[in-house]
Ligand binder design. Sequence first.
Ligand SMILES: [Zn+2]
Ligand SMILES: [Zn+2]
Length: 290
Amino acid sequence: MTAVESAMTVRLWGVRGSFPVPGTETAKYGGNTSCIEVTADGLPTVVFDCGTGARKLGPTLFARAQREVHVVFTHFHMDHLFGFPFFAPIFAPSFEITVTAPAFHPDGTRDRIARFLNGIFHPVRMTEVPAKVQFAAVRPGQTFFCGPWQLKAASLNHPGGSCAYRIERNGRAAVYVTDTAPLSRPGEGIAGGLDPNGRELQIIDLFRNADVVIFDTMFSLNEYLEKMTWGHSYPEYAYALCKAAGVKKLLLFHHAPDASDADLDVLAAAWSTATEPQVELAREGMEIVL
Ligand SMILES: [Zn+2]
Ligand SMILES: [Zn+2]
């Protein structure tokens, strides 16, 4: 046994928002869309969202003894779902996969995925998937379990809805927060430098003392003000929430498809001196050991 046993490892397989953008201009931060893996020795793997990043994650799971995998969706916009039929474990009968999403009933989770895997938008139908797949539903505010992992869900501000998730083990916690616009209007709540409103208090509660928060900051403040109904946030807002919650590290996430590596380097430099919390840009291939 090692002297310091890590509670969990968080790996980023896709950090791009809205649309995959391969190419030389995005090689550093990565062009694949949302996919986050959380692991711990001997425990089932938890995967948050199956954007295009899920394609490369899939084969790595065959190297582990563990055949239980939990896939947890924030919502079903295509940039978070497109990698699911390319996620190799679903084609292996030895894998037991539980798919959880915000819904009122497990059938709601299954039906929404089955609308995509229906033989028209993808050749494989959900009913033909070889792995043992079961479905689960989660509502905002609920604490729930993925095998031995404890998670908590909170609602976000996004067209059609989206859920944030806190996952914790042995006193360490990571929170995954995408997609979302600010929970207060400009000039109000924490966005206005005032006391947090009710919805912000719920999110601050979810973030409380987390080791890392991964947050949708696709826009700058000015872009957000032009596109307030699009359901995405900006770095200053994420920072204010994390600061109020005592978060240790903030990862800016769901980068805009148009943001080049050079653009993101400028953003990273601007935030490099922040300390409460520390701020880094999410980068494909990044691994955080908690
Ligand atoms: Zn998205
Ligand atoms: Zn979305």
